[in-house]
Ligand binder design. Sequence first.
Ligand code: SAM
Length: 246
Amino acid sequence: MNDISASPNNTHLLPRLYIEESLGVGGVVPLSDESAHYLRHVLRQEDGALLRLFNAAQGEFLGRLDYVGKRAAQARIFSVLRAPEKTFRRVHALFSPLKKDKMDFLIEKAVELGVTDLHPLVFQRSIVRDVKEERLHAQIINAAEQCERLDIPVLHHLTPLTQLLRNWEMSVSILAAMERRDFPSLIQESSKIDDSIAYLVGPEGGLTDEEMTQLLNIKSVRPVSLGPRILRAETAVLFGLSIINQ
Ligand code: SAM
């Protein structure tokens, strides 16, 4: 059993689980089958072990496992570790779905780099044209648990680019990465925006001329360059998010 009473600064070493339901000191939290399995079989936790429970609305808490069985577990909350964050800017990533391994990599790293909204889009040259939402949602939660975030990024439904642009909230600027054009750099343009921001990257085959024209005709779109080298789509997304995250 883990015991942090002697070293309260070591709470970061405790397992950390996202809980969708409301959390509060004194509360009893039934844990999902997957969490029970993870705690018992992967982390080898036993009844009485300490853990952390969190969500964006209430923050992060210290809890103790009442019991952890094969298919069920329950925790009891006894103190606050982190208050919820007040407001934070939204960072939207607009990208084409990729093949499984690249998509998994992209999702995990995008969560670590602070994305708040993931928008898979169908472009004219998109090769992959579907998204396994349930699987990706589980990966998003897993990445948020690992990287100490309180909020869980939103996975939006797969949408054609044209439809997204038609419904876009115009007050949010879209920095659109356009290859092989002489546009200002992403670093330069993103430093001018303090509010919520969106960042668009085309598919592996690139943006078509028609898509570039469509984007350039929208007031909230600011075209940007990522430098002289042509980056793979997943590299372009993560490069951009790490700059925006600064
Ligand atoms: N097949 C395209 C070509 O050869 O021109 C390259 C597409 S690139 C793999 C995928 C996307 O990443 C592009 O549509 C663009 O959004 C972004 N991208 C990659 N490198 C870029 C750069 N140097 N400047 C701007 N955007 C870039």
